[in-house]
Design a protein around this ligand. Structure first.
Ligand SMILES: Nc1nc2c(ncn2[C@@H]2O[C@H](COP(=O)(O)OP(=O)(O)OP(=O)(O)O)[C@@H](O)[C@H]2O)c(=O)[nH]1
Ligand SMILES: [Mg+2]
Length: 341
């Protein structure tokens, strides 16, 4: 077996834009918490440049196809793109692997595109953490835009999309009368709506329904969202981001043919400009980092708890509670005191 590349080497190669190093670094970050810390520490100073775009929506709405079309559109304008597909296949729609789609478009040999799938093989917290780390690595490797596809079905997936700078919620007509995004709780996190499969009947109705919802419920949704729904943060949340000056566009796209995709890209770029001018970009980044901080502290805390509170010790505590020698609160307080540093 070949010797693994030393982490230092990997990091310097990654910072020079070496794709293989980037791919390996993402794998290490996924597999090993200590390596994740080492790598992210080393590259963090080189991040903060990329525009992070979350693409989410109900299963089968065409997210992967749309991401692939966006990649083409961005590449045509010379912009480099990193793509993270979180849980790329869905048992509901039988959606194709994103990588396959982009390969079909002929970008496989293009150094300006990097595609990576993140599997949901670990726990939900692990997936969010690994995705956040991977976004930082893509950023450090120099990609201009980072697209993150998540199926908007599940708290972790919504969370991953919602920490992006710009969130695209993909909707499609003909999935029933209701607008799917509402059921999934995605209305609150959208900066841009893409009504995909606009070649199918019902698209205009879906657009109208979304626009009406934005008019009537938009303000309320924004308020909830800005006062803690989107991210539970205190310190890093800025009041400057009140949604002022940004009206959420609802665009029709036909991802399979590329229809409306340049317009969608334009909307993403307009939002990017707005983020910069309004100060919202800084606010969102602060929220994202605050969220990462909480996630990492929680993970460390859990790890310590598992180290300190061995199964034997826990069993002992449980038995003592059962004998009424102690109570759950005292047992918890005693355990807290014992947490090893
Ligand atoms: N008619 C039509 N079909 C589309 C369009 N965009 C995507 N599709 C089809 O819809 C199906 C699902 O597309 P995907 O891109 O895999 O959808 P997805 O949202 O990524 O699916 P999951 O990741 O499984 O949730 C595929 O058969 C696509 O070819 C479109 O604009 N029009
Ligand atoms: Mg998909």
């Amino acid at each position: 077996m070949p010797k693994p590349v030393p982490t230092q080497q990997l990091i310097s190669d990654l910072l020079e834009g070496d794709r293989l190093a980037l791919a390996r670094a993402i794998s290490r970050v996924e597999d090993d918490a200590a390596e994740a810390a080492r790598i992210v520490r080393a590259v963090f100073a080189h991040t903060g440049r990329a525009h992070l775009i979350g693409v989410t929506g109900a299963p089968g709405t065409g997210k992967s196809t749309l991401v692939s079309a966006l990649v083409e559109s961005y590449r045509a304008s010379g912009v480099t793109v990193g793509v993270l597909a979180v849980d790329p296949t869905s048992p509901f729609s039988g959606g194709a692997l994103l990588g396959d789609r982009v390969r079909m478009t002929g970008h496989s040999g293009d150094a300006g595109v990097f595609i990576r799938s993140m599997a949901t093989r670990r726990g939900t917290g692990g997936l969010a953490k690994a995705s956040a780390d991977a976004m930082l690595l893509l950023d450090a490797a120099g990609f201009d835009r980072i697209l993150v596809e998540t199926v908007g079905a599940g708290q972790a997936e919504i969370e991953i999309a919602s920490v992006a700078d710009t969130v695209v919620v993909v909707e499609a007509p003909g999935l029933g009368d209701e607008v799917q995004a509402i059921k999934a709780g995605l209305l609150e996190i959208a900066d841009v709506f893409a009504v995909n499969k606009a070649d199918r009947k019902g698209a205009a109705r879906t657009v109208a329904a979304l626009e009406m919802m934005l008019e009537t419920g938009g303000a309320a949704a924004q308020t909830i969202f800005h006062h803690g729904q989107r991210m539970e943060t205190g310190a890093a949340t800025s009041e400057t981001e009140a949604g002022d000056g940004w009206s959420i566009p609802v665009l029709e796209t036909v991802a399979v043919s590329g229809g409306g995709v340049d317009e969608l890209r334009d909307a993403l770029e307009r939002h990017r400009a707005w983020l910069g001018e309004s100060g919202a970009r800084t606010a969102r980044e602060g929220r994202r980092l605050d969220h990462m901080l909480q996630t990492l502290v929680q993970a460390e805390f859990l790890a310590r708890m598992e180290r300190t509170l061995s199964p034997a010790l826990r069993r002992d505590l449980v038995e003592r509670m059962q004998r009424r020698e102690t109570d759950p609160y005292s047992a918890a307080a005693d355990s807290m005191k014992k947490l090893s540093p």
